[in-house]
Design a binder for this molecule. Structure first.
Ligand SMILES: Cc1cc2nc3c(=O)[nH]c(=O)nc-3n(C[C@H](O)[C@H](O)[C@H](O)COP(=O)(O)O)c2cc1C
Length: 414
């Protein structure tokens, strides 16, 4: 009977434990979590989502406060066209977050940064270019492009000195998305080093419509593998979404994927950025508590706990401080939904917005409890303490459980 540890994720001469902890913004996949994965010989992701905020927390910078001060005059204005990110600040925040993480890295593994295209930041191309280039400048091992088709992203950094030697990968949820990406980038003569194939059971945003339940990860992987074979392209595939045990991972590895990307099991790790009380909500969840809805202004369905405080919250849009989802013309679907409710209830002090959420503010405050489909199984991965709460787990414990377990077993903590 095989274990994950019987396989290796290979990039040339480099061999890694084929276990990748996926990016979880905003700072849910912390540097501490990514560093553990790298120390243990696998791959950990940090995320560059709301990196100015993350830098303020980690390094005592004041990027958010400075932006708020600059745009204070606009707070009660529904027009957000003028709100822009200072590209110098964005570069500095990225370099601090990535650079300090890379300096702390120990062990044979790698650290990659998750970079979501949907964070359009009211200047999609310019801000994405700065995010990608600054992460490369700061020595990141790899960049995983996510939440978007990223048709122009390689082109934004083609002149960067590290463009051909840093690892660059993309997350797709269909063979079609990969085909379009490869076709659009053919002229650059630079293939992705890995492709993460994310199925419908993942956490965060889904690359599917609300008909997500009709899709299945193994089928999508088979289609993509067949396409790559036909095109004679040798790109390692990484399976993601719903891989809960070492045995789940082995079944994908035996079918030819080069690695697996997991996240949900690590949401309750001590090193994960979620506050301890929120981790208890993840542990407690039952299957009926996990829903997929369309409240994210990105337009992608998102999976989350039903009792997440973000649902129905009608807070004022906070673009003067954040504004990560402004589309380049000062628009965000939450602003539209919020303004509609304010107009419909002019005398109400507190309003509720059901169809969209202010994702920036709620992710920043850990109030949008996004999670994977199998979150309801987390309670089976630990012990119940005398006070009724669930015992936290170290990232190393979870990592080793994936790496060495057989027979679908899950090792409980000491
Ligand atoms: C709490 C949480 C937050 C996530 N945030 C992101 C994100 O910011 N960007 C992204 O590309 N994927 C995100 N994901 C997806 C994961 O990186 C990963 O690919 C997926 O969840 C793996 O499936 P699993 O959770 O069933 O193991 C998130 C997942 C979770 C559970």
């Amino acid at each position: 009977m095989k274990r994950v540890d019987d396989f290796r994720l290979k990039f040339g001469k480099k061999e890694l434990v084929p276990l990748i902890i996926g990016g979880m913004g905003v700072d849910i996949s912390t540097a501490a979590l990514a560093l553990e994965a790298a120390r243990l010989g696998g791959v950990g992701h940090i995320s560059d989502a709301m990196v100015n905020e993350v830098s303020d927390r980690r390094f005592d910078t004041s990027f958010v406060k400075d932006k708020t001060r600059l745009y204070k005059y606009n707070i009660n204005n529904s027009d957000k066209t003028d709100i822009h990110f200072d590209l110098g600040h964005l570069a500095e925040a990225t370099r601090l977050h990535v650079g300090n993480t890379m300096q702390a890295k120990r062990g044979d593994g790698e650290i990659w940064v998750n970079c979501m295209e949907k964070l359009t930041m009211n200047a999609p191309r310019e801000t994405l270019r700065v995010r990608l280039a600054s992460a490369l400048d700061a020595g990141i091992d790899g960049i995983t492009l996510s939440a978007g088709l990223h048709l122009g992203s390689f082109g934004l950094i083609e002149d960067h000195p590290r463009f051909r030697d840093a690892r660059l990968g993309i997350i797709v949820s269909s063979v079609r998305a990969l085909q379009i990406f490869l076709r659009k980038n053919a002229k650059l003569k630079r293939l992705p080093d890995y492709v993460v194939v994310e199925g419908p059971l993942a956490g965060g945003h889904l690359g599917f419509g609300m008909d997500w339940a009709q899709y299945d990860l193994a089928t999508i992987i088979a289609e993509i593998a067949q396409y790559l074979k036909t095109e004679q392209l040798d790109i390692p595939l990484i399976a993601a979404g719903g891989i809960f045990t070492g045995s789940d991972a082995v079944s994908f590895l035996e079918n030819g994927v080069a690695g697996v990307q997991v996240a949900t099991r690590f949401t309750v790790a001590d090193e994960c950025g979620l506050p301890a009380k929120d981790k208890q909500e993840y542990f407690k969840a039952s299957e009926e508590d996990i829903i997929v809805n369309t409240i994210s202004p990105t337009g992608y369905p998102m999976r989350m706990l039903k009792n997440t405080p973000a649902i129905g919250s009608g807070i004022r849009p906070n673009c003067e401080s954040y504004g990560y989802l402004l589309d380049g013309n000062g628009n965000c679907a939450y602003i539209t939904a919020y303004n509609r409710e304010v107009e419909a209830h002019p005398n109400d002090k507190v309003i509720s917005v059901m169809d969209k959420t202010c994702l920036c503010t709620h992710m920043r405050n850990y109030n949008c409890w996004t999670c994977g489909h199998y979150t309801y199984r987390l309670k089976d991965t630990t012990r119940r303490l005398p006070d009724g709460s669930y015992q936290g787990l170290s990232a190393a414990h979870i990592f080793h459980d994936y790496q060495y377990s057989v027979d679908n077993k899950i090792a409980l903590p000491e």
